[in-house]
Write a protein that binds this ligand. Structure first.
Ligand code: UTP
Length: 405
C-alpha cells in the first residue's frame, strides 16, 4: 500500500482523522502508522446488522455428572489412548488484559500464594502435568498472548524454567489486535503515529494459530483435538482424558465443560441449541421465563453454564476459520490522544473495543457435547481482586482441593 492508496482507503471508511499529525511525522513513524492502517480488518470494527440476532432457543442434551461417573473408565481409556497417540493439544488463552484484576502484568503471572509464591501459570502447568503423568505422554501447550503482554509472558516463563514443563512442548503465539473507536465509530490514536489498539478477543485464537504457522506444526505431530481454556480458572482439568474420551465417543465435533447453574440468574453463559445448532446464550439474553424454567424433576432447564473449557476437532476448525464470527462491542475507558495533542485517560467510557468470542465458534462446529463437571472441583475463576470470582474465592477452592498456598 502506498500513501495515496492509504488515503483513499481511509476516506472510503471515514477515518482520515488518524492522519491528523501526518505532516509532523518522520519517515519511520509514517511507515509504522501506514503498516498499522494496512493491517486493519475493516469488517472487525463495524458490527454487522446480524450480530447479536438470536434464533430459536431450545435446551440441549448433555452428559450429566452421574452418567460420566458411571462410564469414567471407558472414557478415560479412549481419551488417554488419544493423548498417548499425540492427538491432543492444549491452548491457553492468555491474550486478555485482565482489567478487572487490576494488574498490569499478564494475568497468569499473578501470585496467588500465601506462604510462598504460587502463580496462576504455575497452577495451570501443575494441572496439565497431572494428565501428562497419568497418560505417560507429552502434550503440546500453545500459549496465546497479545502485543500488550507477549514479551512479559515469555520472559516470565523463562525466568521460572517453564515450571518444569518441557520447553520443546511450549509454543507461544500472538493474537491480532483491533483498533478502538470513539462513541461515533472513529478510530482513536494512542499517540501521533500509533492507533489505539486492543486484543481482538478470544474468538481469534484459531486464525492467530494458523497465522503463526502452528497448525502446520500440530498437523505434523498428528494433533486432532484442541482443548482451549481460559487463563483464569485455576482448578480446571486441562486435556482431561475423560472429557476427551467422552467427546470422541460421542462422535461430536466439539465439547464444552459445563457446571450446573447455582441459581436462575447466575452470570454465566448457557449452552443451548439455537435454530437447532449448539450455541451459548449470555445470561442477560435469557428471558425471565427461560431463566426460571424447570423440568419435570424440578431442575432448571437452561442450566449448563459454560466455564470456557472447550474441545474442538481440528478438521472442523479449518472450516470455522473461514466464517465471520459476530462482533461484540464493549464500551470501555480508552486512553487516547485528543485533537489538541493532549493525552487523555478518561474517567468515563469514551469508546468501544470490538471482540470476537470463542463461544460463537461452537455453532460452526455444528455438534457439541455438554460435559457436566463438579463445580467445586473444576471451577475457580479469578476475575476480580476481591468478592465473587476473585483471588480470595479461588484460594479457598484450591485449598479445599488440597493445594498448599
Ligand atoms: P475475559 O473475558 O475474562 O477477559 O477473558 P480479560 O481480558 O481476561 O479480563 P477483563 O474482562 O479485562 O477483566 C476470558 C479468557 O479469554 C482470554 C483471557 O486471557 C481469558 O483467558 N482472552 C480474552 C484472550 O486471550 N484474548 C482476548 O482478546 C480476550
Amino acid at each position: 500500500m502506498n500513501e495515496s492508496e492509504m488515503r483513499e482507503l481511509l476516506t472510503r471508511h471515514g477515518q482520515t482523522q488518524v492522519l491528523r499529525w501526518w505532516e509532523e511525522l518522520d519517515e519511520a513513524s509514517r511507515a509504522g502508522l501506514m503498516e498499522q492502517i494496512g493491517q486493519i480488518e475493516w469488517d472487525k470494527i463495524v458490527p454487522h446488522p446480524e450480530d447479536g440476532r438470536r434464533g430459536r432457543i431450545q435446551p440441549i442434551e448433555g452428559l450429566t455428572k452421574e452418567e460420566i461417573a458411571a462410564r469414567k473408565e471407558q472414557f478415560f481409556a479412549v481419551g488417554s489412548e488419544a493423548i498417548r497417540a499425540g492427538k491432543a493439544a492444549a491452548v491457553l488463552l492468555a491474550g486478555g488484559q485482565g482489567t478487572r484484576l487490576g494488574s498490569d502484568a499478564p494475568k497468569g503471572a499473578y501470585d496467588i500464594g500465601l506462604t510462598h509464591p504460587h502463580y496462576i501459570f504455575e497452577q495451570l502447568i501443575l494441572n496439565l502435568q497431572e494428565v501428562t503423568k497419568a497418560c505417560g505422554a507429552s502434550i503440546p501447550l500453545l500459549i496465546m498472548t497479545s502485543d500488550k503482554n507477549d514479551a512479559e509472558t515469555r520472559t516470565f516463563f523463562e525466568q521460572h524454567a517453564y515450571f518444569g514443563y518441557p520447553r520443546e512442548d511450549i509454543f507461544f503465539f500472538r493474537q491480532a489486535m483491533a483498533p478502538c473507536v470513539d462513541l461515533e465509530g472513529k478510530i482513536l490514536l494512542e499517540d501521533k503515529a500509533r492507533l489505539a489498539l486492543s486484543p481482538n478477543g478470544n474468538g481469534g485464537w484459531y486464525t492467530s494459530l494458523v497465522r503463526a504457522g502452528l497448525t502446520e506444526k500440530m498437523d505434523a505431530r498428528g494433533v486432532e483435538w484442541y482443548n482451549v481454556f481460559a487463563v483464569d480458572n485455576v482448578l480446571q482439568r486441562i486435556c482431561d482424558p475423560v472429557f476427551l474420551g467422552a467427546t470422541i465417543a460421542s462422535g461430536k465435533a466439539s465439547g464444552a465443560k459445563v457446571v450446573r447453574k447455582a441459581e436462575p440468574h447466575e452470570r454465566v453463559g448457557v449452552l443451548c441449541l439455537e435454530d437447532g445448532l449448539p450455541g451459548v446464550i449470555e445470561y442477560y439474553e435469557l428471558s425471565e421465563e427461560m431463566a426460571n424454567l424447570r423440568g419435570a424433576d424440578g431442575s432448571l432447564v437452561y442450566s449448563f453454564g459454560v466455564i470456557l473449557n472447550y474441545l474442538f476437532r481440528a478438521d472442523v476448525l479449518k472450516s470455522i476459520a473461514d466464517q465471520r464470527l459476530p462482533l461484540h462491542a464493549a464500551k470501555k475507558k480508552i486512553p487516547y490522544l485528543a485533537p489538541d495533542g493532549t493525552f487523555v485517560r478518561p474517567e468515563e467510557e469514551n469508546g468501544y473495543k470490538f471482540e470476537t468470542l470463542i463461544l460463537d465458534m461452537i455453532k460452526y462446529a455444528k455438534t457439541c457435547l455438554p460435559f457436566e463437571v463438579v463445580r467445586e472441583k473444576e471451577f475457580a475463576p479469578i476475575k476480580n481482586k476481591t468478592g465473587t470470582d476473585s483471588v480470595e474465592t479461588a484460594r479457598e477452592l484450591l485449598k479445599r482441593n488440597g493445594v498448599e498456598l
